[in-house]
Ligand binder design. Sequence first.
Ligand SMILES: Nc1ncnc2c1ncn2[C@@H]1O[C@H](COP(=O)(O)OP(=O)(O)OP(=O)(O)O)[C@@H](O)[C@H]1O
Ligand SMILES: [Mg+2]
Length: 242
Amino acid sequence: MNDHMPARDAATDTRDIEHNRGVAVTARDLKRHYEDGRIRAVDGVTLDIRPGNFVAICGPSGCGKSTLLNLLAGIDRAESGSLRVADRELAELDETELDEYRRSTVGLIFQLHNLLPELSALENVQTPMLMTALSGRERVTRATELLERVGLGHRLHATPNRLSGGERQRVAIARALANRPRLLMADEPTGSLDSQTGAQALDLLEALRRDQGVTLIMVTHDPNVAARADRVLNMLDGRFVD
Ligand SMILES: Nc1ncnc2c1ncn2[C@@H]1O[C@H](COP(=O)(O)OP(=O)(O)OP(=O)(O)O)[C@@H](O)[C@H]1O
Ligand SMILES: [Mg+2]
């Protein structure tokens, strides 16, 4: 937090006027295999991402992109290799620390939106905040502002089955932003959207990067998305190729 600025109420400060919050990501020979090694989903990934960079990851279905994002997000653990995010080696974190890392450092927009079907948009966006110090009222205020920011201020109380695909995607984006992540990752965020809605989702993610300097990693098949990235990494059979 900038010393020259007055302390802000966590719930009302949704402009997130903190710059250069992005983290560096470094991976060395990272591996994650499934089924006793028969499936080498991530098979020796080496990677350097600078804070605030926008990196697109491309590659055919099954090449390991989602598996890699899960490792980066601390949802899954690698079996070998090194993975450092914000100068912390994820393998050295215990479960509690990894939980905290997932909650406070990472925002993940899943390939399938993973919204809870019985909860409204407003409640879905609040779920990551449940384990934080925010009061119920602060959570509602922040979730409302995030949903307004993604253009869904008029659909706060709709459950996912009453929302369009693009609207669900925007709820998922709002939810990923709930705890002000420094590493924002999206798995095919525009995949199920028409080109205009997809471009809007992308604009929103790019604005976050520009305004706050968050590090942005995006898995995509979409050449329009890749064209806007600082760097495009091509994955094949669990590793990056030239
Ligand atoms: N939980 C799991 N158990 C066993 N195998 C898995 C598991 N999750 C993924 N795999 C396998 O690991 C490989 C990589 O899967 P992953 O989901 O990372 O691919 P992807 O690049 O994201 O593909 P897509 O573009 O289709 O989403 C695939 O062969 C997949 O079948
Ligand atoms: Mg995938």
